[in-house]
Design a binder for this molecule. Structure first.
Ligand code: KG4
Ligand code: ZN
Length: 394
């Protein structure tokens, strides 16, 4: 079957098409279309994601990206006659009353193109920035109404988990899923989330630890900003920390490793950001730091948070008898964190899986993968019970 997936939970507008079949034990798929627009450059001036700007950009880019993804998949053909009925268009008008630009672009799209051979649509329905999520959800609903195909709501975090289980096969372009040993522990680390999810089996999720304040990616971004480094700060901090490590350069201070004594699997990263600010000020302030000083601060910060992840993960593995550790989310692209967690898994003799760095940040493929299995479970919009913290699609 062909499934179209849409992701707009943060600052990436992404649409992809997969051609997939099989169940979770013999799943195979090919990504046949993939279009992504990252708004990173636009949010740079704010040093983080600005929600109403993100929403506006999603509304502007969704239809062009849809055309791009469907064209790559060779699924788009000019309409011989209008494919939408008057009743469908009236329904759309009500659905998109507050999305004028998106409505206008969609009307044009439906007038120009025939219904493509897509069997279902998957869309991120949370967690994420609400205004950004809603534009994607309404867009997906519009397509499902006009094309008359099922809509599957997908949890963004489940998407990151499936992405980390993705595995290429020997056939070029054909991928499958790793068959992990359970219980599995997922450490999800991104710009918006930091959490441990324990899985006793497929689709049985239990959140067993979470950040009490900032997400780890946010902390990387804020620390970068303190030193006048560009957004997103994660890759830049990571690069600089590596340079300092290679040169054996250490900061003249040690940061406290937060939450090691909390007695649970929770995290907290807002205190460490304040501690970095104080140390940077003591060194003369962000703008005056030398390149070497910036590298040393980056290293100490990365060392501190990595220590926290390793110690908390060890604790979780012991508590749950974990057989497989996976990491996902944008910060899972961090080579030092990956290296140290790999060492931990080797020591504990458990499997360690991490996604390809290019798939770690938000994308539509992760939504397609989770969406495909939710489709097999017939969890369509309007019929699905959603977990706490998610938006309801009715
Ligand atoms: O998963 P993602 O694309 O978005 C959310 O769902 O939040 O994650 C984006 C975050 C940003 O905060 C970025 O700084 C961070 O991932 N990031 C990194 C690295 N690459 C991206 N953080 C640390 N090291 C990296 N190499
Ligand atoms: Zn994400």
């Amino acid at each position: 079957m062909k499934l179209l997936a849409i992701e707009t939970s943060c600052d990436e507008t992404a649409i992809c098409v997969i051609d997939a079949d099989g169940t979770i034990d013999n799943f195979r798929y090919k990504q046949v279309g993939n279009a992504l627009f990252s708004q990173v450059e636009l949010h740079k001036q704010y040093g983080g994601v600005f929600p109403s700007l993100a929403k506006r950009e999603h509304a502007k880019n969704l239809v062009p990206l849809l055309i791009e993804a469907l064209t790559q998949a060779a699924l788009l053909s000019p309409a011989a006659r209008p494919s939408a009925s008057k009743a469908q268009l009236d329904e759309l008008k009500i659905l998109l009353t507050r999305e004028e630009e998106l409505f206008a672009r969609l009307m044009l799209f439906f007038a120009q193109y025939d219904k493509p051979a897509i069997d279902a649509i998957a869309v991120t329905h949370g967690p994420g920035l609400e205004p950004a999520l809603w534009v994607g959800i309404n867009f997906a609903r519009a397509l499902s109404i006009i094309w008359n195909i099922p809509l599957v709501p997908v949890n963004h975090m489940e998407g990151h988990i499936f992405m980390s289980l993705d595995e290429p096969t020997r056939d070029p372009g054909v991928h499958t899923l790793n068959a992990p040993e359970f219980p599995l522990l997922a450490l999800l680390i991104s710009g918006g989330h930091t959490e441990f999810v324990h899985m006793s089996e497929w689709f049985a999720y239990q959140r067993v630890g979470v950040t009490r304040d900032d997400a780890i990616g946010e902390a990387f971004d804020k620390v970068a900003r303190l030193m006048g480094l560009p957004y997103p700060g994660g890759p830049e901090i990571s690069r600089r920390a590596h340079v300092a490590r290679e040169a054996d350069l250490k900061a003249p201070f040690t940061l406290t490793r937060p939450m090691l004594q909390s007695g649970d699997l929770d995290f907290s990263f807002s205190g460490i950001k304040t501690a970095v600010r104080k140390e940077v000020e003591a060194l003369g302030g962000g703008e005056t730091l030398t390149e070497e000083q910036k590298n040393m601060v980056a290293r100490e910060f990365e060392d501190a948070v990595t220590d926290v992840f390793v110690k908390k993960t060890r604790r979780a593995i012991e508590e749950f008898g974990t057989a497989t550790l996976i990491i996902g989310g944008g910060v899972a692209a961090n080579r030092y964190i990956k290296e140290k967690l790999q060492e931990l898994c080797t020591e504990q003799q458990i499997a360690f899986l991490v996604c390809n760095p290019k798939d770690a940040t938000d994308n539509a493929l992760m939504i397609a993968l989770a969406g495909y299995f939710r489709f097999l479970r017939k969890e369509f919009a309007g019929e699905v019970l959603v977990a706490e913290g998610n938006l309801l699609l009715t």
